[in-house]
Design a protein around this ligand. Structure first.
Ligand code: IMO
Ligand code: MG
Length: 428
């Protein structure tokens, strides 16, 4: 048995797409267990940036199976577009891509409600892809699962009930009858598209495990966007944490072997919500430009700050992370001085553990420790010992602060730009 979870330790955009692409080569199955097309996983394929939103990047290797498990919410239009983009690159998904019967479907009304809530309710800064409203329906027990969608009479009945339930919020914004017509009009196209992919993915995973296959679980978003352990309510509506794999893919906890945390060498967040280490100065601008910190899904510019060890220590604990990859270290190489946030301060109290209080999250000040800049090139380096000594020290200091071992260092967007710190260990 060999299973590995790869997840984000900050607010998403840590570089999970590239890391999964790097490790997929060793895997047999790559499984998405939560989130939807709110994710944007950028990787370099055939020398060009390539963004995947829903389909795991393992799809780029012709011999891998890719599963979209029950914990994911699926926008069929967006999925179809993604499959078409892959087809243009001669990547065949039939027989390799499977979608759980129990995955919930995102409908146009979810996107509309996402937008209405953003404009008229608490602004979260969502991606407006309908993610939160689709999960809300799942929890309200009125959602439409893939299997329900494929049974036309079941689906029509559910659609009717859903549109009545949502009438109050939709009524003044649109003509509900034409919305219904649009959804029913799309039915044959989308149900035909979906049918061949639908499977019992939990069963497939169990079978793969029994055959000793290597399975990589790929998270979207990050621990600080987790519905339970993130900066609530400025979070996404699912559980990207390691525990999310059990409910999101139908796998028992004793079947999980290891967890690899992905962390950026500094911190970014997109959307609203507390962000203690946020910088409004030229260093923040430097990270944004050097790191090309613009959203892969919405194009929004990301908020940037120094590395926050309070955040990553929290992630290490919640996910039981033993091994980490640090990404974008090359995007720090021009700085003269580097700061690391080691604690939060609020009303003369020092917080080393991530606080749940909205007030403390919002008003706490970062307590920084300072280090000299790397004073040397990082980009292009191919082994740990050749990194500038200050860059090595930075990595070692972060390991000490967050309590896990940094076993991979990523120095660029390309798959090859990764250093295996302790030699080429097996990840499965
Ligand atoms: P990847 O997988 C960064 C953020 C949104 C918003 C909040 C809720 O690329 O790391 P949602 O649309 O999910 O209801 O929005 O979560 N968010 C992300 N931020 N990377 C992502 O995915 C994100 N997916 C959602 O900006 O603040
Ligand atoms: Mg992203």
């Amino acid at each position: 048995m060999s299973t590995l979870i790869v997840l984000g330790t900050q607010w998403g955009d840590e570089g999970k797409g590239k890391v999964v692409y790097y490790l997929s080569k060793q895997a047999d199955y790559v499984v998405r267990y939560q989130g939807g097309n709110n994710a944007g996983h950028t990787l370099i394929f055939e020398d060009k940036p390539f963004v995947l939103h829903l389909i795991p990047s393992g799809i780029l290797f012709p011999d891998k199976y890719c599963l979209i498990a029950n914990g994911v919410v699926v926008d069929l239009k967006s999925l179809k577009e993604e499959v078409n983009v892959l087809a243009k690159k001669k990547i065949v998904v039939k027989g390799r891509l499977f979608i759980s019967e129990q995955a919930h479907i995102i409908f146009p009304y979810h996107k509309i409600i996402d937008g209405i809530l953003e404009d008229e309710n608490v602004k979260i800064g969502t991606t407006r892809k309908g993610i939160g409203p689709a999960y809300a329906d799942k929890v309200k027990r009125i959602g439409v699962r893939a299997i329900d969608y494929l049974e036309r009479d079941v689906f029509e009945d559910l659609l009717e009930k859903n549109l009545i339930e949502k009438a109050a919020i939709l009524e003044n914004k649109m003509d509900i009858a034409s919305l219904k017509k649009e959804i029913l009009g799309d039915y044959s196209e989308f149900s035909e598209f979906l049918r061949p992919f639908v499977a019992n993915t939990s069963f497939m995973i169990e079978e793969a495990i029994s055959k000793n296959k290597k399975i990589l679980f790929e998270s979207a978003q990050g621990t600080l966007l987790d519905l339970d352990f993130g900066t609530y309510p400025f979070v996404t509506s699912s559980n990207p944490i390691a525990g999310g794999v059990c409910s999101g893919a139908g796998v028992g906890p004793t079947k999980i072997n290891s967890v690899l945390g992905v962390m950026k060498a500094y911190t970014t967040r997109v959307g609203e919500g507390p962000f203690t280490v946020e910088l409004f100065d030229e260093v923040g601008d430097y990270f944004r430009e050097k790191g090309e910190e613009y959203g892969a899904t919405t194009g929004r510019s990301r908020r940037c700050g120094w590395f926050d060890s309070v955040v990553v220590r929290h992630s290490v604990r919640v996910n039981d992370i033993k091994r980490l990859i640090i990404t974008k270290l090359d995007c720090m190489e021009d700085l003269d001085k580097i700061k690391i946030c080691v604690a939060y301060k609020y009303k003369n109290n020092i917080y080393k553990d991530f606080p749940a209080s909205r007030t403390i999250q919002k008003y706490a000040e970062p307590v920084y420790e300072e280090m000299p800049g790397f004073n040397g090139k990082v980009k292009g380096v191919t082994n740990f010992k050749s990194l500038p000594i200050n860059a090595q020290r930075y990595i070692k200091r972060l390991e000490g602060l967050v309590g896990a071992s940094i076993d991979l260092v990523s120095l660029g967007r390309k798959r090859e730009e990764i250093i295996e710190v302790n030699g080429g260990t097996s990840w499965f």
